[in-house]
Design a protein around this ligand. Structure first.
Ligand SMILES: C[S@@+](CC[C@H](N)C(=O)[O-])C[C@H]1O[C@@H](n2cnc3c(N)ncnc32)[C@H](O)[C@@H]1O
Length: 254
């Protein structure tokens, strides 16, 4: 499943804001070794570089296109092509950071404690995931995908994983001395036509669109777009308001 950095970065400001909010709650003065898992085009990694210019910083991602964009960003980090699920560092980190990525990973009950085990004592594991599964954008995606015209072809296309604060608490608590977990709903103000469609095209819609071809793809997109535009109408000032809920976790390693 491929990523398009330009489509993703069309809303770069709104997508990076939660990374800044997460980073604001990381209680570290001067971490030596820092990694951004699922660094994408380097937008979240850039925040880490700005806060700790002296840190040894890395960004890891499984998308060559995203990493190419990250390299071109000028953010001073080592860029690593890799799969988070298989990642096994040779030494512990002061900070393992991840913004808007773990929703793409399965088996999180094993994965997240494993990642926490790669943090040194006193270090931090901090991540953010979207939790807007019951928003019209997601409900309508599921409803459109259930249309008999393409239901069979989309049977393997999966939605992203659902995170729950209390579940993350239970998984990480055995290794944590402190856990700070919260949710925020951003009232995002989007510009232009088909704004919510363009937002989801850069992320959660990709598995559905990429599973279809030709006329099916066109018809699916037209049907979904029409539903989205009815659910999120443009306002008198021509903007579209797109409420978006996100879950944050900052775990300090015992
Ligand atoms: C929504 S983007 C987040 C980009 C950036 N961190 C940000 O704050 O906007 C998610 C990124 O996670 C990467 N990703 C998804 N699954 C991954 C995996 N198993 N291993 C490594 N990277 C992965 C994708 O390639 C994509 O660049």
């Amino acid at each position: 499943m491929s990523w398009n950095p330009a489509t993703y970065l069309a809303f770069g400001g709104q997508r990076t804001r939660p990374a800044a909010d997460l980073l604001g709650r990381v209680p570290l003065e001067s971490p030596g070794r820092v990694i951004d898992l699922g660094c994408g085009p380097g937008n979240s990694t850039g925040l880490l570089a700005a806060r700790w210019p002296a840190a040894r910083l890395e960004g890891l991602d499984s998308s060559p296109a995203m990493l190419e964009e990250a390299r071109a960003s000028g953010v001073p980090a080592g860029w690593v092509l890799g799969d988070i699920a298989a990642w096994k560092p040779d030494a512990a980190y002061d900070l393992i950071f991840s913004n808007a990525t773990f929703q793409w990973l399965t088996d999180q009950a094993v994965l997240l404690p494993r990642l926490m085990s790669f943090v040194r004592p006193g270090g931090v594991f901090a991540f953010q995931v979207p939790v807007n599964f019951d928003a019209p954008s997601h409900l309508l995606m599921r409803e459109t995908a259930a249309d008999p015209r393409w239901r069979t072809k989309l049977s393997q296309a999966r939605e992203t994983e659902r995170g729950h604060g209390a579940v993350y608490y239970d998984w990480l608590k055995p290794q944590a001395s402190a856990l700070d977990i919260w949710e925020t709903e951003y009232l995002q103000v989007l510009e232009g036509e088909d704004a919510v469609y363009r937002w989801v095209s850069g992320t959660g819609l990709r598995p559905f669109v990429q599973a279809l071809e030709g006329e099916d793809r066109e018809a699916f997109i037209a049907a979904y777009k029409a539903k989205l535009n009815a659910a999120y109408p443009r306002r008198a000032d021509s903007t579209t308001l797109f409420p978006f809920r996100r879950l944050f976790v900052v775990a300090v390693k015992a």
